[in-house]
Every structure is written in C-alpha cells, then in structure tokens.
Design a protein around this ligand. Structure first.
Ligand code: R5P
Length: 285
C-alpha cells in the first residue's frame, strides 16, 4: 500500500501534480457529479481541489468527494484547498450575521474531512496547525517564496504589509488600514477603506508590499498610492491569492506598482510561485 493516495480534481490540472484524476462533472441543470475512480479502503488519501473561482460550487463538489471517500472507508482524508473560501467572516461583527468561515469548517468536518491543508488562510493570520470549529487546518504560508522572488526585482527593499492582518507575512512591519461599515443600500457586501496610514520612511527605497490576497485591489492600490506619495522607488506587490477583481491588476500597475507577483493558488497571468512545490517540500504530496 502506498504511503498516501493523491487524487486530483480537474480544476487543479494546471498545478501539474502526479496523482489520480478525480471525476468531477456538472449535470446540464448545473448540479454536480463526483466519482472516486479507485478503491480507497484503508488508504490515507490526499484530495487536491480548488474552491475558487466558483466558491459555492467548489465547496459542494468537495463535500461530495469527501463524503464518498468516507463512505468508501478511506483511513484519512486530507483536503488540499489552495484558497480557502469564505475565510473573511470568522467573527460576528453585527448581531445576526452568519459566520461563514465557521459554517464551512463545520460542514467539511461533518462530511469526514480529517484535515485541510491551505495557504495563508485569512482568518488564521499565521502559519501552523490549528483547529477551527472542529476542523483541523494546516495553514502554510507562501510569504517566503513570494518575497524571495520579489527580491530579485529590487535592491535592499523595505518589506511591509498593507494592514496588520498580514504583518506575519512581512516579518512584522505593516501599514494601518481602517475600513468603514457596510453600505446598507448596496447589494454587494463591501466595506470601503476609510484610512490607510504609514508610520515609517520609504523615501528613495524599494518596497515589497505583501498581503494574503488581492481581491478588489482597493487595499493594494491605496497602499501603492501611499508609498508613491511618500517617495518610494520601486514597489513590488505580492499576494498569495490573486483574485484581481474589477480589473485591479491593470489598476495596480497604473497606480505605480512595478511588478505584481502571486502564487498559483488561483491561476492568473502573474502566478509565478508554485504551491505544489511547497506541498512537496512539506511532504504533503
Ligand atoms: C484584508 O484584511 C486582507 O488581508 C486583504 O488586505 C483584503 O482582503 C484585500 O481585499 P481588497 O483587494 O478587496 O482590498
């Protein structure tokens, strides 16, 4: 029996992993179909499956895969989910709000997931092993790899994150960001950035800006503008997860970023750092 059996979802083919292909298809009405193509009884199974883009469908597919692996008596079910969906609401800020990160963790646990391996999970805010809502999570960080790559593009850089949440990625230096409240009349749940402050000198210095994710790009764009105003030279933007909504990749370049580097947790034109290599280095694949 192999030490572990790796099953790869079709939405991870670009990660070029060696493993068996999972069958995941969609019925004409949009519902999902999943099939485990081999016997897994008594095996330690590692499933690699993306939950972005299409977080809801990606999660549902994962629930089907994991439940079936349990049904087929897999001994251990490790799910590699490069970008953990719904990671941004792990607390109830206003009474009545659903805590979506917790719900996702509970559901994965209930389906039979033994452990999730993910990267720079928003609510964990540091690398390591955690238990959240009963779910074991091994949170790996791509910070070292992103920074190594960015350092090749600049000289003696200052490394900072645009807010305190990602300061574990920059080594402790961060800018300070404040968001406002949700706009009650808008359908999109979004809190505008009301302030982004910096209390260190960057004049004539190259800067590496690093964050867990670039979603709408508002945070990074504001940070780049702040750095430019303060006289920074080259600015290299790094993020583990590059969602790049609202054309934010182009907007970041227009704001003054010299280069943008992301991992391949989400596939994009700037995915330049490999999550699969990290997984192999950690002995997970
Ligand atoms: C927030 O705390 C995160 O670390 C990111 O800074 C944020 O989620 C990025 O979102 P956006 O690109 O929409 O500003």
């Amino acid at each position: 029996m192999a030490e572990r059996l790796v099953l790869v979802s079709p939405n991870c083919f670009d990660l070029k992993l060696s493993g068996l292909d999972l069958e995941v298809k969609t019925f004409p009405d949009g519902e999902d179909y999943a099939r485990i193509p081999v016997s897994v009884e008594g095996e330690k199974v590692v499933v690699v499956h993306r939950c972005y883009p299409g977080q809801d469908q990606g999660l549902l597919q994962l629930f089907l895969i994991v439940s079936q692996l349990r049904e087929m008596k897999a001994k251990k079910i490790t799910c590699v989910v490069p970008y953990f969906p719904y990671a941004r609401q792990d607390k109830r800020v206003k009474e009545g709000e659903a805590v979506s990160a917790g719900v996702v963790c509970q559901l994965l646990k209930a389906c039979g997931c033994s452990e999730v391996v993910t990267f720079d999970c928003h609510f964990l805010k540091k690398e390591g092993k955690f238990k959240h809502e009963g779910l074991n999570i091994n949170n790996l960080s791509m910070a070292k790899e992103l920074i190594e790559k960015a350092k090749r593009e600049c000289t003696d850089p200052i490394i900072t994150s645009p807010d305190v949440g990602a300061s574990y990625m920059s080594g402790g230096k961060n800018m300070e960001k404040k968001r406002g409240d949700y706009n009650a009349s808008e359908k999109t749940a979004y809190r505008d950035i009301v302030e982004l402050n910096m209390h260190f000198d960057v004049s004539c210095r190259d800067v590496i800006l690093i964050d867990d994710m670039i979603s709408t790009g508002s945070t990074m764009i504001r940070a780049v503008e702040t750095l430019k105003k303060a006289g920074a030279s080259k600015i290299i933007c790094c993020a583990t997860h590059g969602l790049f909504l609202n054309n934010s990749l182009d907007k970041l370049l227009s704001a003054g970023a010299s280069k943008i580097i992301a991992s391949d947790s989400i596939s994009s034109s700037v995915s330049a750092v490999s999550t699969a290599e990290k997984l192999r280095a950690k002995g997970i694949l």
